[in-house]
Design a protein around this ligand. Structure first.
Ligand code: NAD
Ligand code: MG
Length: 389
């Protein structure tokens, strides 16, 4: 080993996804710094097996129990332990075979494994923003109690985190989250009502999983990120501003009490924040493409259009009111995106469904963890009933 640091043992929860596969590229490029010890997937058993053969982890988990036999057989000649089901995912999160969890499962499903990882003292590199949207107060409290860091992977929050290095004694006036605006920037409702899933999945700057691509097209993603920022950086709602920046070169900014603004910039490439979170507090070299001022020489900024992209307004409301409202909104949004991806509802119906659910499920100002789980379930049932899923 050429490195003075021990190898960091990584657990990738959601290793077959967009974030998970890019994290494995980072690990493959740095075998003296990282090893992959846990890999998990929900359905894509073929890819999980290939990853296990390439990276020789301690454990794999296949969420879909029907695929357990396939994975077990395919790895029979290896030492890799194979588990299956949602409970196994939670149990493996508490195992001692790794140091840092990359939380890269999509949606509410990522919450319980992450809570277990925190409980057992594991550092978290957090891609799964829904975890903080649903139960941010409880997650961050657990991190403090167990003295473990939660390092953001989401590019905006990684940018803010990087801007705050060396500023622990200085007050934040506000953070400015940048938004690309998504594939429908500048469009109006009469256009949006007809957009199809294929179109909504085409993001101009980033290639991502289906759910976050739709969230980016509706601007719900930016709303989820405002709530994520509140918990990560202990901010008041009025300290979080969103600005549309279509080039996605400035990944976000922090404004301090003296009016000075720090920004983190670079090409839109998730491998950079993934690598930063895994290697933190060190920066390590790579050969990712560099930003060239001569090529992209105009950076522009505009206000988000909340009248058209009403999901962002709903999320601002949830951020302001707090309690279980973000959890209710998140659950309704997961149902809405699921239904839109299956051509069951149109693009604008998603907003109506979320709004109705937020109005219907009873508000709780200071929920317990159990009440967050219940609110999630209630909101899912209510939303699914409306659209007869
Ligand atoms: P993805 O859909 O590409 O991958 C999701 C992963 O989670 C897959 O490995 C899948 O098998 C697993 N999974 C899905 N449902 C599951 C369930 N019910 N139980 C257990 N595992 C399940 O998603 P992604 O784009 O990689 O995003 C992952 C998370 O990271 C999301 O929360 C997203 O908001 C966040 N994020 C993604 C990006 C990006 O560029 N893709 C950027 C910032 C934040
Ligand atoms: Mg983001």
């Amino acid at each position: 080993m050429t490195n003075d640091q021990p190898i960091k043992r990584i657990a990738i929860f959601g290793s077959t996804g967009s974030i998970g596969t890019q994290a494995l590229e980072v690990i493959a490029a740095n075998p003296d710094k990282f090893s992959a010890e846990v890999l998990t997937a929900q359905h894509n058993a073929e890819l999980l097996v290939r990853q296990a053969l390439d990276f020789n982890p301690n454990v794999v988990v296949i969420g879909d129990e029907k695929k357990y036999a396939f994975v077990k057989d395919a790895l029979a000649s290896t030492d890799v332990k194979v588990f299956s089901g949602a409970k196994a995912l939670e149990e493996v999160a508490a195992m001692d075979c790794y140091d840092l969890m990359l939380a890269a499962i999509v949606g509410y499903a990522g919450l319980k494994p992450t809570l277990n990882a925190l409980q057992s003292g594991k550092a978290i590199a957090l891609a799964n923003k829904e975890t903080l949207v649903v139960a941010g107060d409880i997650v961050m409290r657990k991190a403090v109690e167990n003295r473990v860091p939660v390092i953001p992977v989401d590019s905006e929050h990684s940018a803010i985190f990087q801007c705050l290095v060396g500023e622990t004694r200085n007050k934040i006036e506000k953070v400015i989250l940048t938004a690309s605006g998504g594939p429908f920037l500048g469009r109006k409702p009469n256009y949006l009502v007809n957009v199809k899933r294929e179109h909504a999945l085409q993001h101009p700057n980033w290639s991502m999983g289906a759910k976050i691509s739709i969230d980016s097209a509706t601007l719900m993603n930016k709303g989820l990120e405002m709530i994520e920022a509140k918990w990560l950086f202990n901010l008041k709602p009025e300290q979080i501003q969103v600005v549309v920046h279509p080039q996605s070169i400035i990944h976000s900014m922090v404004q301090f009490e003296d009016g000075s603004i720090k920004a983190q910039m670079g090409m839109p490439d998730m491998k950079l924040p993934i690598q930063y979170a895994m290697a933190f507090p060190k920066r390590i070299p790579n050969s990712f493409p560099r930003y060239d001022f001569k090529k992209v020489n105009t950076l522009t900024f505009e206000e988000p259009d909340i009248k058209t992209f009403r999901n962002l307004g709903l999320a601002m409301d949830a951020l302001q009111k707090g309690g279980n409202l973000p959890a209710i909104m998140n659950a309704a949004n997961e149902i809405a995106v699921y239904a839109f991806l299956r051509n069951r509802i149109n693009f604008l119906d998603m907003t109506d469904l979320i709004e109705k659910t937020m109005q219907a499920v009873p508000f709780i100002a200071q929920p317990t963890l159990e009440e967050y789980f219940e609110s999630d379930g209630e909101a899912r049932n209510f939303a699914a009933d409306i659209i007869k899923l």
